[in-house]
Ligand binder design. Structure first.
Ligand code: 3PG
Ligand code: MG
Length: 399
């Protein structure tokens, strides 16, 4: 597979040309204050934006934020992101208060060489996420009119067949940005011939979200460590009672089947931190994974499990980690995620952290980002890549 990249575009010369950049600036916001709680995704597109600014392009950035329903919704405005992006770039970012309307048109027209504009949330428009190709196409026509070239640096959204990801590149000369290229380079290593032992750690709340990737990874990995909310459905499949823990009853049979086929590769928790309630101050204890009291729910993996997982990770040459091991946002239930993350940084292995929550966990826990081989900005996107699926946003860039 060969995709055009930013350097090809820069070599053609972009000075004075309008370049439309699809970024994934879908950052978490504090529910009360609306402040950006983790700006990792904004930082991740700086190399691409910086190169375009340096080359004198007129840069028009577009992104989604959250999941508004095809109409403007102030809680999902990108305005705070424009402010943060401007701080990080060291130059103001011109913000358009709509995506393809009057404000967007005049903002784009007013750009001087080397300046940056950010359009309002793409998903304020029905055409962005529409399943109807004509409706998407009509919106893509409007967006494409803002650029003479298109750069996709929105790795976190390449698995979405959306207008800005899939239909715009069909309308403009296009290229992958630095972030998309780096992500694809790293993940293709894991999907190809990773150095062994290859150990994968999966967490997060739902087995159903991870089923496809578990199926795809089982034949490839040497060990698959499972924690987070999804471990309880596996524990149930082993015949254990899980109290009031998160459980996907309809997935128990599937998990039993996976365990049977896994040839001992799947490692589950042997102890868990079980609490009275889903609350930061809930009474809690470490209990055996086969002895969770009926009135309690597991909110983290226990210390013995952390030690067992760390031992497996210490042997690894390649590691992929997606999904927290517990409710790391609450200090009482953060030790599992912290312990596993620290074990990953200590291993003499090439380590990749996949996606939104786990990347945010690394930063929220104050871990050194540079001690991981790569921190992906895409959760769903990195999993779908490893499943071997065709990603619409990547396919659209192929020569
Ligand atoms: C993400 O956060 O997973 C990406 O930004 C994609 O967002 P989405 O899952 O709402 O499409
Ligand atoms: Mg997602």
């Amino acid at each position: 597979m060969s995709i055009r990249n930013l350097d090809d575009l820069l070599a053609e010369g972009v000075s004075g040309r309008r370049v439309l950049v699809r970024a994934d600036l879908n950052v978490p916001l504090d529910k009360q204050t609306g402040e950006i709680t983790d700006d990792g995704r904004i930082r991740a597109v700086l190399p691409t934006l910086g190169a375009l600014v340096q080359a004198g392009a007129r840069v028009v950035v577009c992104s989604h934020l959250g999941r508004p329903k095809g109409a403007p919704d102030p809680q999902f405005s990108l305005r705070p992101v424009a402010g943060r992006l401007g701080e990080l770039l060291g130059a103001p970012v011109h913000f358009a208060s709509d995506t393809v309307g009057d404000s967007a048109r005049s903002t784009v027209e007013g750009l001087a060489d080397g300046q940056v504009a950010l359009l309002e949330n793409l998903r304020f428009n029905k055409g962005e996420t529409s399943k109807d190709a004509d409706e998407r196409g009509a919106f893509a026509d409007q967006l494409a009119a803002f650029g003479e070239a298109y750069v996709d640096d929105a790795f976190g959204a390449v698995h979405r067949k959306h207008a800005s990801v899939y239909d715009v590149p069909a309308r403009l000369p296009n290229a992958a940005g630095r972030l998309v290229l780096r992500e694809v380079e790293v993940l293709s290593k894991l999907a190809g011939e990773p150095e062994r032992p290859y150990v994968v750690v999966l967490g997060g709340s739902k087995v159903s979200d991870k089923l496809a990737v578990i199926e795809a990874l089982l034949p490839k990995v040497d060990r698959l460590l499972i924690g987070g909310g999804m471990c309880f459905t596996f524990l149930k499949a082993q015949g254990h009672e899980v109290g009031t823990s998160l459980l996907e009853e309809e997935m128990v049979e599937t998990c039993r089947n996976l365990l049977e086929r896994s040839a001992g590769k799947i490692m589950l928790p042997v102890d868990v931190v079980a609490a009275d309630a889903f609350a930061p101050d809930a009474a809690h204890d470490t209990v055996r994974a086969d002895g969770i009291p009926s009135h309690r729910l597991g909110l983290d993996i226990g210390p013995e499990t952390v030690a067992a997982f760390a031992a497996a990770l210490s042997q690894a040459k390649t590691i992929f980690w997606n999904g927290p091991m517990g409710v790391f946002e609450m200090a009482a239930f953060a030790n599992g995620t912290r312990g596993v993350a620290e074990a990953i940084t200590k291993a003499d292995a090439f380590s990749v952290v996949g996606g939104g929550d786990s990347a945010a966990a690394v930063r929220a826990l104050g871990l050194d980002e540079s001690s991981f081989g790569h921190i992906s900005t895409g959760g769903g996107a990195s999993l779908e890549y490893l499943e071997g699926k065709t990603l619409p946003g990547i396919a659209a860039l192929e020569k």
